[in-house]
Every structure is written in structure tokens, then in C-alpha cells.
Design a protein around this ligand. Structure first.
Ligand SMILES: Nc1nc2c(ncn2[C@@H]2O[C@H](COP(=O)(O)OP(=O)(O)O)[C@@H](O)[C@H]2O)c(=O)[nH]1
Ligand code: SF4
Ligand SMILES: [Mg+2]
Length: 387
């Protein structure tokens, strides 16, 4: 509820009277906001309902009166409904028939004119044999997956700017806080520069008015000793986590760059839940590794050597790895775990939509950084600050 109204995604719900618009909103918000009734036109005004639609972010549903409302105040309501069009970022047209009526087609024309992305929800599937490609076919009475289905369609049409993008680290600490970044300069480090996640974290902390101290692990203790107070947060490369966690006192929050970026490029909770499935893997388990691009800029063998080795060592199981590279989403049924790449070359929207599909198909999903942290045994301490 903290998000400003203007930052919330406004979702307008449109359609004829009694198609189930209010039932749909109620089902999604899981609360009785609007009056659901079979007497035509009971939603007398626009009803707003805000919620966190995770992992997409803050949304407000604008439940409108039916467009064909013929009751006394109908005309006024229709006017109001049309005004709502100017306020919404995306639209949902709810219908209960396979063929759209003229009025509904007019609405779609209006969505297109105003460049409002939209979803058509074909409701009351329990009543009829409803079927229509590109429509979200559902029943607010019987469909248990209605929320996941809706999220999946929503993310497809969602403008990029509406994907809730967290800060990298600046939101975890107060302004003027001291943050220590530990950057090992080993043979894997590029010559003469820092890698992108380190640079981006520094920039994020500058934007957040923090005081950033950057050291190698060898200077960490001296850096801590030189500070008047303990830092608000220590961020380290996963590889140095062990040494760093011995130097940093237990009460000082600590995390890794990979975990910060798992949050930035995905959904930290889902990835952590996914990693919890690792202990259930067996010799026959099939793991799908998803790489968003063919060019792995950071470490060539992370997916094919480093992660399989870590996982086999951790589980003591054979494990079977398969790989998929690219922006499409392959068939994922039958896999026991999906491990997504860090996604440095892709956007949050793509990864979030994959997480939603994986969830729908009940395949656990995690990512490189979280798997590595899990295998190194650092996940609990490194994620404490987010809880
Ligand atoms: N059979 C069936 N009836 C539904 C479904 N969803 C809503 N209804 C019913 O349709 C009527 C109108 O629903 P309501 O949500 O008030 O529609 P609105 O006018 O579009 O907001 C109510 O009697 C609902 O119980 C559904 O999935 N299946
Ligand atoms: S982490 Fe993913 S997006 Fe980044 S280079 Fe590797 S495969 Fe490509
Ligand atoms: Mg209604």
C-alpha cells in the first residue's frame, strides 16, 4: 500500500453487465470489494481495489459499471466508465460469450486508439463450452488457477516501466549509511576494471545517498577498524563469502552481489524456494538450465562446469543437466528444477514471466547466484537482510 497511486499499475475492468467483472476482481483480490449480484447494474460506481500482485508489483483494479447498463443512472455510469479508460494503464474486457458483441468490439477499438494493452477474459466456462484462443478462458466459480493465469497474461502485455524494479541495495539501508563492498581482485577479475554488477551497485548506492567503501578482502579488516561505527551492510562476491563472513561480525548484515542481482532480475523469494528443492534431487533428477543469451560474458563455464560440479558435490547425486538458450520458453514439464542464468543481458519482465509460468507448471525455479550461495552454505546469512 506504500506505493504512490501514480506508481501503481491501474487495471480497468470493462464489459457488459453481469458478465462477472466484479466476481473477477473479487477473486483476484480474494476479498469481497464489490457487490456481486445477479441483479443487473449493482456496481453503481467505479470501485477501486489495490493490492500487491506479486511479483509484478502494486496494482489497482478499477471495477466499472457494465457498459450496456440500462438502469436510470446508466448513461452517467457509462460516461464514467469511459473516463476510466483515460486512467488505466491496462484494460481487462470481461465477456461470457465466444463471439464479441458490437459494444465489446467498440471497446477494443477504443483500447487500441488509446494504446491501452488489454486482455479479454472469457468468463463462466463452467456454464458453457467456451473456447477461444488468445482469451483468458476461466470461471470465477471453478477456476483455481485464475490468479496465476491472469498474472501470466498480464505480464505479456505489461509495459516495461510497470515491472516493479527494486533498487539494488539502496532500499536496504538508510541514507548516509556506510556500505562496504568487497571486491576480490583475483585472476578471474577483468584487467583494469570492475565488473558490471559491482559498478551498478556503486551507482545505486550513490543514488541512494550512501557512503560506499570498496575494498579487497585483504583490506576488509583494516577498513572495518577505520570506521567509527560498524557498516550498515557488507556486500561481497560469493567466492569470498567464507573469508569475509569470518571477518565481519555476526550482527553486521551481509549479502552477496549475486543475491542482490537475483532480486533485481527476478523474484528472490521464488528463487530461494526453488533452491530448497535441491535437497530433494536424486540420481534421476532432470535440471533445466536456462540461459538468456548465447554469450556468457562473465564466466564461460558457470552453467556447464561450475554449477553442475557444485550441485553434484552438495547432493552426492548424479543429476542430469539440460540446457536451453534464448528468449523463447521451452517446454518445462518433467523437469525437477529450473536454474535461470543471472539475466544480465535480459530484462526483469522476461525473467518474471518465466517465474510465473514455472510456478503455474509447478516446476521450482532458482538462479545461478542463489544456487551457488546455497551450495556454499551462505544462503541463510546472505538473505537475512531481506526477511
Ligand atoms: N456460472 C457462472 N456465473 C458467474 C461466474 N462469475 C460470475 N457469475 C455470476 O454472474 C452474475 C454477475 O456477476 P458480477 O460479478 O456481479 O458481474 P458484473 O456485473 O460484470 O460485475 C452473478 O450472479 C455471479 O455470481 C462464473 O464463472 N460462472
Ligand atoms: S547471465 Fe544470462 S544473460 Fe548474462 S551473459 Fe550469461 S547467459 Fe547471457
Ligand atoms: Mg459489477
Amino acid at each position: 500500500m506504500k506505493a504512490l497511486k501514480s506508481l501503481r499499475l491501474q487495471i480497468g475492468i470493462f464489459g457488459r453487465v453481469n458478465v462477472g467483472k466484479s466476481s473477477f476482481v473479487n477473486k483476484i483480490t480474494s476479498q469481497s470489494v464489490s457487490i456481486v449480484s445477479d441483479v443487473a447494474g449493482t456496481t453503481t460506481d467505479v470501485v477501486e481495489k489495490s493490492m500487491e500482485l506479486l511479483p509484478i508489483g502494486a496494482v489497482t483494479f478499477l471495477d466499472t459499471a457494465g457498459l450496456d447498463d440500462k438502469s436510470e443512472l446508466g448513461e452517467k455510469r457509462i460516461e464514467k466508465t469511459k473516463k476510466i479508460l483515460n486512467r488505466c494503464d491496462v484494460a481487462v474486457l470481461v465477456t461470457d460469450k465466444n463471439e464479441l458483441e458490437e459494444l465489446e468490439n467498440d471497446l477494443i477499438k477504443e483500447f487500441n486508439n488509446l494504446k491501452i494493452p488489454y486482455i479479454v477474459v472469457l468468463n463462466k466456462q463452467d456454464n458453457n463450452l467456451l473456447k477461444k484462443e488468445n482469451y483468458l478462458v476461466t470461471s470465477t466459480y471453478t477456476d483455481k488457477n485464475i490468479i496465476d493465469k491472469f498474472k501470466k497474461e498480464l505480464i505479456k502485455i505489461l509495459p516495461d516501466d510497470f515491472i516493479n524494479t527494486p533498487k539494488i541495495a539502496g532500499d536496504l539501508v538508510n541514507k548516509k549509511s556506510v556500505i562496504v563492498l568487497v571486491v576480490p581482485v583475483d585472476k578471474e577479475a577483468p584487467k583494469g576494471r570492475l565488473i558490471l554488477p559491482q559498478v551498478q551497485t556503486i551507482r545505486d548506492l550513490l543514488d541512494s545517498e550512501c557512503i560506499t567503501v570498496v575494498v579487497k578482502e585483504t583490506e576488509l579488516k583494516d577498513a572495518l577498524d577505520s570506521l567509527k561505527n560498524p557498516p550498515a551492510l557488507v556486500v561481497t562476491d560469493s567466492q569470498a563469502f567464507k573469508i569475509v563472513s569470518e571477518i565481519v561480525p555476526e550482527h553486521v548484515p551481509m549479502t552477496s552481489f549475486s543475491i542482490l542481482f537475483a532480486r533485481l532480475k527476478g523474484d528472490l523469494n521464488e528463487f530461494i524456494n526453488g533452491a530448497k528443492q535441491i535437497e530433494k534431487l536424486n540420481d534421476n533428477s532432470k535440471i533445466l538450465v536456462l540461459e538468456s543469451c548465447t554469450h556468457h560474458a562473465i564466466d564461460d563455464d558457470i552453467a556447464r562446469v561450475k554449477i553442475p560440479n557444485l550441485l553434484r558435490k552438495k547432493t552426492g547425486k548424479e543429476l542430469n543437466f539440460e540446457y536451453f538458450t534464448g528468449h523463447d520458453f521451452p517446454e518445462i514439464s518433467g523437469y525437477d528444477l529450473i536454474i535461470h542464468c543471472g539475466g544480465c543481458m535480459t530484462n526483469r519482465k522476461e525473467i518474471i514471466s518465466r517465474i510465473i509460468i514455472a510456478k503455474e507448471k509447478q516446476v521450482p525455479i532458482t538462479n545461478y547466484g542463489i544456487v551457488i550461495s546455497y551450495c556454499l552454505g551462505i544462503l541463510p546469512r546472505a538473505t537475512k537482510i531481506f526477511s
